[in-house]
Structures are given as structure tokens and as C-alpha cells.
Design a protein. Structure first.
Length: 246
């Protein structure tokens, strides 16, 4: 896919806390701090350049669509094997690259973002979706559309998420799919009805915040956090043995 050079992802100023989730990152262990180092702006530009260099007729995802796609992969109830989800990074239809095409540098950057998003989802942390405001007067839904389209692609390829209880999925999915064309939502009457009840985001910050909130709500459904074991009551203390008669 031909794309424009990405700018820094939109980072909403002082976003409100997603319901039921803390945005304050936990302090990672020292060994994780390097492994999960977020991609720099230069590395994001490098990643987009590598995606643009994927030869035709393949249609690689752009960085924004890739980001939503990775979230959709990570929200599956069962982990998707790497060899399955990576092939759609280079081509949305999953076609194999030509012999001799070296994707190692590209995939190394993609997997770093995958790990970063996985940590955020696992620990229910705020993250900055890769969405890019290319035009000042662009509607919020137009800006986040590629991200949501990537998420939708993941749910089509790996449908286990959509097999969860429909009533639980309805609210967070509606908040995401409201940015898609209603004609693309086939056989989804309940979802369309829920979307009709939602107010469109007032600005881009609100739209981006909704992406994160919906992601964490879906994580509660498909990747629930283990409940801490209830503390066990100590055994009752016994008093001294009673004195019997001799």
C-alpha cells in the first residue's frame, strides 16, 4: 500500500482513564526495559519505508493498519502462532513474498511493537495507538480508520475473538467499528443498532482514547487477568489439653 511518511503518533493530552483500568505504567524489570523499548520516530519511519519496499503485487500493511492488526491478534483468546500472523504483515491476503526477499529487519521492528502492545494489554496499561493526523481538517474517524481496519482484518483472519459472548463484545466493538463504513458490517444488526446510539468523537484525542479503552475492555473478555487467591484462614488455635481425672 502506498503511504505517506508517518509523523509521530497522535498522543492525546491528558487522556481520561479507561473505565476500570489504570493508565499508570508499572515499573518494568531492568531486563524488560531494553527488550520492550518503544520504537523511536526514526525506527517507525524505517518500518514504514521497509513496508513500502515490499514488492508488488503484495500489499503490505501501513504502520497504522499494522498497529490495529497487532492488537486484533493479541486480543485472541488463544495466542496466534507467529508464523500465522506474520504472513499478513507483508500482504493483507497472506501471499508469500518472492524468493530472496529479506524481511528480517522489517519483522524485527514489527515484533518489538508486538511485544510492547502485548505488555500493555497483559498489564492493562495505557498505550499510544499509531494513528497519524495527516490533514488538519481530517475527521477523527478518518484518521483512526486505518487502525480500525487493521483490527478488523485480524478478527476476520482469526475469528476466535468474535466467538465470545456477543453481549459482552457489543459495547467495545461498537466503539471501534463506528469508524468503519456501515456497509462493511454485514449481518451485524445488533452492532449497527449499538453504533447508532453512540455519539461520534468530538476530536481526535477522544477517538484515540476510545481505541485504547475498547482494547482493554476486550482484553477483560478474551484475556482475563487471573484472580488473586483468597487468603486462607489460619487453622484455629487449640487450647491446652483438658485435665482429666486420674
Amino acid at each position: 500500500m502506498s503511504t505517506q511518511k508517518p509523523n509521530r503518533p497522535h498522543n492525546p493530552a491528558a487522556p481520561r482513564q479507561a473505565a476500570g483500568h489504570s493508565r499508570k505504567p508499572a515499573q518494568p524489570a531492568a531486563k524488560d526495559a531494553v527488550a520492550l523499548q518503544p520504537l523511536s520516530e526514526a525506527e517507525m519511519e524505517q518500518l514504514q519505508a521497509l513496508l513500502d519496499a515490499v514488492p508488488t503485487p503484495l500489499e503490505a500493511l501501513d504502520v497504522s493498519m499494522l498497529d490495529g492488526y497487532l492488537v486484533g491478534v493479541l486480543l485472541q483468546p488463544k495466542a496466534v502462532p507467529t508464523f500465522q500472523w506474520t504472513r499478513n504483515v507483508l500482504d493483507s491476503e497472506g501471499r508469500s513474498p518472492p524468493e530472496g526477499f529479506d524481511s528480517r529487519n522489517l519483522m524485527a521492528l514489527v515484533k518489538r511493537r508486538y511485544q510492547e502492545l502485548n505488555q500493555a494489554i497483559t498489564q492493562r496499561l495505557w498505550f499510544d495507538p499509531w494513528v497519524f493526523e495527516l490533514e488538519e481538517d481530517a475527521a477523527p474517524s478518518d484518521v483512526v480508520f486505518p487502525w480500525v481496519a487493521g483490527f478488523s482484518l485480524a478478527t476476520e483472519l482469526f475469528p476466535d475473538l468474535m466467538k465470545e459472548d456477543a453481549s459482552d463484545l457489543l459495547e467495545p466493538l461498537a466503539s471501534l467499528y463506528m469508524h468503519l463504513d456501515p456497509d462493511d458490517l454485514e449481518d451485524a444488526d445488533d452492532l449497527l443498532e449499538e453504533i447508532d446510539t453512540l455519539e461520534p468523537p468530538a476530536d481526535l484525542s477522544e477517538a484515540v482514547e476510545s481505541l485504547v479503552r475498547s482494547t482493554l475492555l476486550l482484553a477483560d473478555i478474551t484475556r482475563p487477568q487471573p484472580r488473586p487467591n483468597a487468603p486462607q484462614r489460619p487453622p484455629a488455635r487449640r487450647g491446652p489439653p483438658s485435665r482429666g481425672r486420674y
